[in-house]
Ligand binder design. Sequence first.
Ligand SMILES: [Zn+2]
Length: 460
Amino acid sequence: MPGPLSSRLFVTVLVGGLSALLACSRASNGAAPAEPTPDGGVFVPAELDAYIEELASRCATVEDDAPAEATLREARAAYKRGETDIALSVKGCTRLFVQRSGDREVFSAVLSPPFGVSFDNETMAVKRTAAMISWSTGPDGKTEVRGDLDGDGIAELRESAVPGASLVSELTDARGTVKQRTRAKVAADGLRVEVTEESETDGRLGVTATYEGARVARKCTGDPTPGSDPPPATPPRPASPFPESPHEIACSPEQLQKLDALLEQATNGGSACMEATGMLDIRFRLLRQMATTSFDFKCTDDPTFVAANDGGYGNVFGGRALIWINPLLFTAVNAEQVATLYHELMHFFFVHDHQVEALAPDLSYADRVYACEQLCFGKKANRCHLAACTKKKICEVDKTGFERRMGKEIEACWTGHQVGALCRKKPGERLWCTTKAECDAACGGQECESKSISCNQNCR
Ligand SMILES: [Zn+2]
């Protein structure tokens, strides 16, 4: 029965042609067809190749280019105005490429050196490549993230996020083998997220942590008064991981203005620090977060915390970007306040493990956000913070490389920070142990997670 089939085909083609026509007329102001088209599940604008070509040839010989607070401020304003090609660095070689459908962003990418060339064996096409992370967002809000951090044309970072539901993020090696995986699932109450982290140990991908984090991550440390020593790395214990909305007071216009400036400083310093650690993905994420997000600040007199990020983790919490500040406690010297805002910005990418937060003797060695905060902004950063921030062992990190790139020296740290291990036997029976061996004994060998950064097997 070829008749009906071919006429159905014809109708499909006609409708397809019509929608293409509509897309083209809508795009007459220079923008491309805005509807995402599946390409292995990911929409990539056709203009991107030419954009990279132009960027790579213009920036091939540009050196000493980095973001600056003023550039980030201008980038935010440009994004708000609806611009689609935005400089993120002073000389403009780190850039944000944007494509919108109406007011909605359908695609954006942060691009920077290093540049490279990729060769397609089938089409014989040669094209320029750049270090890049891209975000493709569908009409349902589902976001596909792809990252080629070394600019070789192959994405080693692949991530899918469904708002209000879930996130899967994978890092692969050049052959496509998964080296690290994070899964996150939003719990039924919409306030918590269940996270599973896997990474490769001894040549196999294994679960290294399963934990619960909160949508609202509060930083509970009280800031020191100006001029006094910074607070100890371990803050007081969080009161409750899932707070009600705190009591709101008005933020003064000066406070709001200052918070914007602090965010710029936190992003700028944080991005340089993440580059120095080699975590380019976090650097790109920080830059895009800063350029594209309309941050909402609220002030509170709730005495239990100094700052909090209410939502935004991994794009699974509906893209909220509400930051709470308690102005009565947020009184430290500028550098400390920048550190606190960097901490809150990191919560767009990482949540705390409540049990680690409640039990670990030193969070700056046991929790990634606290470790990176100490490493990037603390006065007494050391090699153990570098290991904990990058999720590596102490003997695996490149301390001198970090110091050279960061332009600051950090202290030595080799022993005495084996950190410990967490036994998650039953809820309410969590135990913090000094070593994995001790933990295995207490836990019966089950569900014991080592948090150790030590390379000594006896200290795991
Ligand atoms: Zn926090």
